[in-house]
Design a protein around this ligand. Structure first.
Ligand code: I3S
Length: 126
């Protein structure tokens, strides 16, 4: 049981660098803007903070940051119509904000996929 718990909680918290873009906001389609971001999955939300180098230009300038509530969200591999990139996951939230997340690293994207599925209590399908 303790091993199971360790695996479970271990999978629920994850962080790393991902490419991310919103594709809808409040249900409306928005123009893609792929950005390299630190992504932190914690509890049922995911936080993104741009890795852009704004700190170079003087102290406290804040980097773009946003959090997405994943309660009730769906996670799926994005179709070719959604993006020409490889390793793209589509996240759809009940609030109408849909995101694509992507990394060139095949293993990393699988880890993110599993972690997201675990967070949402979805059985993992390859
Ligand atoms: O789905 P789209 O509109 O073909 O997405 C591409 C565009 O957003 C493009 O930028 P422009 O706003 O200048 O058209 C991006 O550079 C591409 O990366 C987007 O497509 P991919 O297939 O990379 O997600």
């Amino acid at each position: 049981l303790s091993l199971h718990n360790e695996l479970w909680t271990g999978d629920q918290e994850k962080y790393g660098v991902l490419n991310v873009t919103k594709i809808t906001e409040n249900g409306k389609k928005v123009r893609k803007n792929w950005t390299s971001s630190w992504a932190v999955l914690q509890g049922s939300s995911i936080l993104f903070q741009s890795t852009g180098a704004s700190w170079k230009f003087g102290g406290n300038q804040s980097k773009p940051e946003f959090t997405v509530d994943l309660k009730g969200a769906s996670v799926e591999w994005a179709t070719k119509e959604k993006s020409s990139k490889k390793n793209v996951i589509e996240l759809k939230t009940p609030s109408g904000t849909d995101l694509l997340i992507q990394t060139e690293n095949d293993n990393m994207i699988k880890e993110w996929y599993s972690a997201l599925c675990n967070t949402m209590g979805i059985p993992i399908m390859e």
